[in-house]
Design a protein around this ligand. Structure first.
Ligand SMILES: [Zn+2]
Length: 395
């Protein structure tokens, strides 16, 4: 593997993002660079993406972004770095090719620790902004950059920090041979909670919720210890490392939406998870519940209808109802739905294991501190609900 300086950030039991650098990722396949004598723009880093970049003169630059393939959900991703030998104010236009509209508000960072929404105008599929470029690199990105190395560093820190026995292994390889990791806490129990993340690469707020959610499940305290005596925990935090690396809008390296493959199992990423879960069940063990983290325009929980026919029909309603009561300033939106034959993960869990599963959707622009608070509460109350003696067969 070619070495490349990449960005990573860590978030552990804290509201702040701490950044670091690493060098074990491939060079971006989408790297484009454009420059004047003084200013350089490049996407030559993991999760970086500009499909075209032109210096127009007069300190103006035109960046075009293009999806990996079509048809595709409109979630244009861009991430690039600007450096100037001498300080200079530049104008940037990001043009979204094709019929698709912009989704993410541009974020800026210079320290790779704190990201802010950068002032911009959006009109006719063009995002326009002004940047004060300097010798300190300025990153502009659709969302915070959470690349593959970030997950590795997060998991290592999770293992080092807590006194809980947690294993961290490669579940299998992606289409392009990148490792798909699993984090597992296996005790004497035969029942499993499954957590999935990052099927869709730009859905970074889903990742920002998954981290504190999992940290809460794997904490060394009375509730979490009791929970893990009763349930094993399996976490696959980053199921689409190729898409994350390439800065894809939605798909894996084969141009497939992984959240439509849970019926055909054509993609290696989904095959690995399915095979592993089937091997657990083959040993006489049981998948009890699953959560799949994503992002969309608002915070919403896509659930299964109570009459869907799976066991403990009111379990999710009880959990999310308790979360709503526990957080007076946050309205829990539950949207039950049934998507048969579309290959969606939530449906896969219901159809194959006869249990509830949810898609945990986090708003693209939800306040980042609130994402953490909500996720910690959701995790804590999930453990309490799964441990309670409440009868989930009735409302
Ligand atoms: Zn998604």
């Amino acid at each position: 593997m070619k070495k490349l300086l990449s960005i990573c950030s860590l978030s552990f039991f804290t509201l702040f993002l701490i950044s670091c650098t690493s060098n074990d990722e491939n060079k971006s396949t989408n790297a484009q660079t454009c420059h004047s004598g003084n200013v350089v723009l490049t996407a030559d880093f993991a999760s970086g993406r500009m499909d075209e970049c032109k210096a127009l003169g007069n300190s103006e630059y035109l960046i075009t972004i293009t999806p990996e393939n079509t048809p595709i959900n409109p979630s244009p991703w861009y991430a690039f770095k600007i450096t100037a030998k001498e300080a200079e104010q530049i104008k940037i236009t990001i043009k979204i090719s094709g019929k698709r509209e912009n989704r993410y508000l541009p974020k800026i960072t210079r320290d790779l620790k704190s990201w802010q929404v950068h002032p911009h105008k959006y009109h006719a599929k063009r995002l326009k902004m002004t940047i004060n470029a300097s010798s300190t690199p300025t990153y502009i990105s659709a969302q915070e950059i959470i690349d593959n190395q970030y997950y590795v560093d997060w998991a290592k820190k999770l293992l080092d920090n807590n006194k809980v026995s947690v294993s961290y292994d490669v579940l299998g390889e992606s289409t392009q041979g990148r490792p798909i990791y699993k984090i597992e806490n296996k005790g004497k129990s035969k029942e499993w909670l499954v957590v999935l993340g990052r099927m869709h690469p730009p859905e970074v707020t889903g990742a920002l919720a998954l981290f504190p959610f999992v940290e809460t499940l794997l904490a060394n305290n009375e509730l979490a210890n009791k929970f893990r005596e009763k349930y094993n925990v399996l976490v696959i935090p980053n199921i689409n490392p190729d898409g994350v690396f390439m800065g894809n809008w939605r798909h894996n390296a084969n141009g497939i939406d992984l959240n439509r493959d849970w019926i055909k199992f054509n993609q290696p990423e989904v095959q690995h998870v399915n095979n592993y879960l089937k091997s657990i069940v083959a040993k006489g063990e049981k998948i009890k519940f699953a959560i799949d983290f994503h992002s969309t325009s608002k915070d919403i929980f896509y659930t299964l209808p109570v009459n869907h026919g799976v066991e403990a029909p009111y379990f999710v309603k009880h959990w999310l109802g308790s979360l709503d009561k526990a957080m007076p300033n946050f309205t829990v939106i539950q949207q039950p739905g049934n998507k048969p034959n579309q290959g969606v993960a939530k449906q896969y869990f219901a159809d194959n294991f006869n249990v509830h599963a949810i898609t945990y959707e986090v708003g693209d622009e939800t306040n980042r501190e609130n994402i953490i608070i909500i996720a910690k509460n959701a995790s804590t109350i999930l453990m309490k609900t799964m441990l309670s003696n409440t009868d989930h067969n009735k409302e």
